[in-house]
Design a protein around this ligand. Sequence first.
Ligand code: TNX
Length: 509
Amino acid sequence: MLPLIPWPTQVTEADAPAVDLPAVRVDAPEPALAAVVAEQLTAAGVPISQAADVGSTPRDRQSEVPTSPQSADVVTPGGVVTFTLRIDPAAGPDGSDSPERYTLRVGDGEIRATAAEPVGLLHAARTLRQLVVPAATDGAGDGAARVPAVVVHDAPRYTWRGLSFDVVRHWFGPEDIRAVVDLVAAFKLRVLHLHLTDDQGWRIEIPSRPELEKASDNQVGGGTAGYLTVDDYAALQEYAAARYVTIVPEFDMPGHVNAATHVYGALTSDGLATDAYDGIEVGFSRLWFDNPATEPFLRDVIGDLARMTHGEWVHVGGDEVLTMDHGEFAQFVELAARIVREHGKTPIFWQEGARGPVEPGTLLQYWEPKGEEFERFVAAADAGARFVMSPGNHAYLDMKYTSEHPLGLEWAGTVELRDSYEWEPTAVIDGLPASAVEGVSAAVWTETLTTRDELFSMLLPRLGAVAEVAWAAPDAKDWESFRGRTAAAAPAWSTAGWAFHPTPQVDWR
Ligand code: TNX
């Protein structure tokens, strides 16, 4: 049972001995890529020997080269295996034109990856990381990690494979967010969407609105919280980009804005600042379209976010505005989308954005099975909108596993591992053309999650299930296989320090 999640397009176990890995030399086209590839192997317990291209960098250029874990490692006797990574358009499954396609070959004492683009080389390294059998620590075996002889040809089904992460309800800072980047990247996800503003707090510095910092030190249940400075945000995006993960920031409006109205009384209907809020109700706060303070606020926040963001998308929320008529709501959708586009970015809204005018290319993130809106979603798709699928009853990883589970909410029902695995993104919205599905995003809201271990125990093992839904062809999915691979993958999660929930749906070893 190869512990691969998501399951690749084609896997062939070669009729050849496993390759021992006393140490690996990474031979990659660029030093930055070599560093993140080496990081994957180090995480799997494989010693890295200095890569030639990194070591030969002239002294005066060394500061440009990211520090890799390589320098710390020692070459053990017994030989060094070279992991050769090369760009090659012929890589991947036959006929695939995915820019992420790759091929990994292990056997005859060597490891070779080819890919159409650098991201595919990193995918190959992630696959390799999952294949590594750690060195036996009990004196059995010959003391080296090893990797079975295989040939993998692989490419994803969807390009948008993501996780939406609420850092408002409880504050998770840069270190935790980087750990989440590592986790999503291990499952070959490409998007980390950060929910940065809500009723309880404001989690990102907006240079044109420095007062918003006053709304950062609050969260559900009170207590000390924080926010990302401009520099934190830039560093985080660089960290993610080195791992081919794009950060998508969300400014949630015109509801979920109590943090903003707590700072700016001018945004409310009576001109009075609202009280800080540390509960978990939704839907009570709002902006007012005709208030003269509103458009300048949207322009400042969206403008700064767009300028600070390296990726193509800015999420402008739109969910759960329970006290506004459709006409006014549609005006907000039109204005927010227009401002995002004026800054050269593509807008993404929660599914409620379908109530406004949508332009081709606008993304809508589906989250709640509301049958009566399906026609509206189909109409939005006809107008050129594309859908990211986050159905609450499958992809909301803040739902309880079972009613007895101590963490999480239950409004979308309980979501056991199998529920996260067995669903089909093109069958979620009746009548939606399959071609309107842009991809899949898991989501984790943090009303009840306060520590990194609590967070990870909701993400694992379910994030692997959603990642496989986003990556694998529907006919390649198999629950029995997935639950077996989950059990096989778990020891590596423990090695990485990632907490997981030992659901009884898996026979853990
Ligand atoms: C619904 S999903 C919300 C969030 C909550 C979440 C809890 C969505 C767009 N809005 O405000 O945190 O449920 O599961």
